[in-house]
Design a protein around this ligand. Structure first.
Ligand SMILES: Cc1cc2nc3c(=O)[nH]c(=O)nc-3n(C[C@H](O)[C@H](O)[C@H](O)COP(=O)(O)OP(=O)(O)OC[C@H]3O[C@@H](n4cnc5c(N)ncnc54)[C@H](O)[C@@H]3O)c2cc1C
Length: 458
């Protein structure tokens, strides 16, 4: 087997200065947005084509070197770190929109294109790609984490919006999954297998996505509630009434206070809901009126409506910046962010138990969530370097995972497993986790694709 040094030399022969071994670039690709310590790779490769990706994989596979995909590096569970070194494959030079087919409402893209860049290219077509994790993530990273976000309640997650993929397997073979047809019943659904595989089964080099029509009209609002239970029950009642919401987000009192401090808003000290409706002019007005009636029944007050595009953009920018705004509001703290997802009927219980436990712990821990999907996040904020507070935060996070499972849910609705949540996989999946391990062994027997993440014994 070639040594690591020989493999890196072969990669330099292939890529020239697009194989970067500098400490600064390795460090850049060895850190994450969340609390994990730095884990740099041995080198960073910047391919420009599927053929180059296949060659990179063959060289690394031959030398037993780990291969880690990198989109925008915004994942939150240490997914793209390199705990065993190896080569990080950065897709920023494979960021083209390849083919827009408006009549089929599909687009094929390279994995490095970001969701914002894609929507900029789509603007003139009247179509858009709705999945919105807040961060300006890459489509390859979003497919690999099965991302979703504020709009999933209306448009689904990456699972329902990826039609097909091109994937480079661990041995360098290139396969295509899916077609441009809206549906298919031909065999195992390999597209679904690679969506959410976190780069542990292969590197995605092309993605075909479903597109949606830009709505004729949109309207957003924010309103306050007397109690957290009122806000959550209003969400459940709105969903059960069949009102087609485009977004419905919960913001607890602590998060609202952080917005006020960090984003200069003047929201009351109370739990809030942020909502958005898409449709025709008349449809949107009807939906907003029906929502307001339901919300008022649960104690909503102080509605602020945003109909102009710039007002809506400002409102959602604030929601998307919640992570950073909250961090700024708590200087000297480290963020441990965690997401769980429960059936909608158990949402009120899950949020209330979580909030009560965080309050009792004395740690700051604002809660926000895509509650229309039963999904919410806590941003736990121990003081940096305080071992006691760190342990408390980890315990709160573990209890959230346990709570999600007890209530029939999942330990992650959207952030995924990475390094941080493998410890809960057995409890959530039982023997099915070993089946995931068997699929991994079949496709990557040497275990070179993103080792240490997601799988048993990986
Ligand atoms: C402020 C903030 C808010 C967020 N909010 C949300 C949210 O609301 N919803 C949500 O779902 N997520 C959210 N996230 C998490 C993050 O944005 C998503 O996980 C996103 O999908 C990651 O995309 P990325 O391009 O940054 O991927 P990366 O972090 O670069 O990679 C993620 C994983 O995918 C693998 N990978 C990347 N590209 C490829 C490829 N081409 N082939 C195979 N594997 C690949 C990596 O190895 C890694 O395992 C948030 C993050 C931040 C910082």
């Amino acid at each position: 087997m070639p040594t690591t040094a020989a493999a890196l030399d072969a990669l330099t022969d292939l890529l020239g200065d697009r194989l970067n071994r500098s400490q600064s670039d390795r460090d850049l690709h060895g850190r994450s947005e969340s609390h994990f310590k730095q884990m740099p790779p041995d080198a960073v490769a910047y391919p420009e084509s599927t053929a180059e990706v296949a060659e990179i994989v063959k060289i690394c596979h031959g030398a037993g070197l780990p291969i880690i995909g990198w989109g925008a590096g915004t994942s939150l569970e240490g997914h793209a770190l390199a705990p065993r070194g190896g080569v990080t494959v950065d897709f920023s030079r494979m960021a083209k929109v390849l083919d827009i087919v408006p009549e089929d409402m599909v687009v094929s893209v390279q994995p490095g294109v970001t969701r914002e860049a894609l929507n900029t290219e789509l603007r003139a077509t009247g179509l858009f790609f709705p999945i919105d994790p807040g961060a300006n993530a890459s489509i390859g990273g979003m497919a690999s984490t099965r991302a979703s976000g504020t709009t999933a309640v209306r448009y689904g997650t990456m699972r329902s919006n990826v039609l097909g993929l091109e994937v480079v397997l661990a041995d360098g073979r290139v396969i295509r999954t899916g077609t441009r047809a809206p549906k298919s019943s031909t065999g195992y659904d390999l597209t679904a297998l690679f969506v959410g595989a976190e780069g542990t089964l292969g590197l995605i080099t092309e993605i075909t996505l479903k597109l949606h029509g830009q709505p004729e009209a949109s309207r957003s609002a924010v309103c306050a509630f007397d109690t957290m239970a009122g806000a959550v029950d209003a969400v459940i009642a709105t969903i059960q009434s069949g009102i087609p919401m485009a977004r419905i987000e919960f913001v607890d009192t602590a998060a609202a206070a952080a917005f006020n401090k960090g984003a200069g808003t003047d929201w009351p000290d109370a739990p809030h809901l942020m909502v958005e409706f898409h449709g025709s002019e008349a449809g949107v007005i009807e939906q907003t009126e029906r929502f307001a009636e339901i919300a008022e029944d649960f104690g909503a007050q102080g509605f602020r409506w945003a109909a102009k595009p710039e007002e809506r953009t400002a409102l959602w920018a604030m929601r998307h910046n919640a992570y950073r705004t909250t961090l700024q509001a708590y200087p000297g703290c480290t963020a441990i962010t965690t997401d769980i997802c429960v059936p909608i009927s158990r949402l009120a219980e899950a949020v209330e138990e979580t909030a009560a436990e965080i309050a009792a712990s004395g740690l700051p821990g604002p809660i926000v969530g895509h509650v229309g999907d039963g999904n919410f996040h806590a941003l736990l904020l121990p003081k940096t370097g305080d071992a006691g507070e760190w342990e408390t935060a980890m315990k709160l996070s573990a209890n959230m995972a346990e709570r999600a499972l007890r209530l029939g849910g999942t330990v992650s609705g959207e952030h995924g497993i990475g390094l941080g949540k493998t410890k809960y996989m057995r409890a959530e999946h039982g023997d099915a986790w070993d089946v995931m391990g068997a699929i991994k062994s079949a496709l990557d027997p040497e275990g070179v694709m993103n080792p240490g993440k997601l799988l048993p014994g990986n």
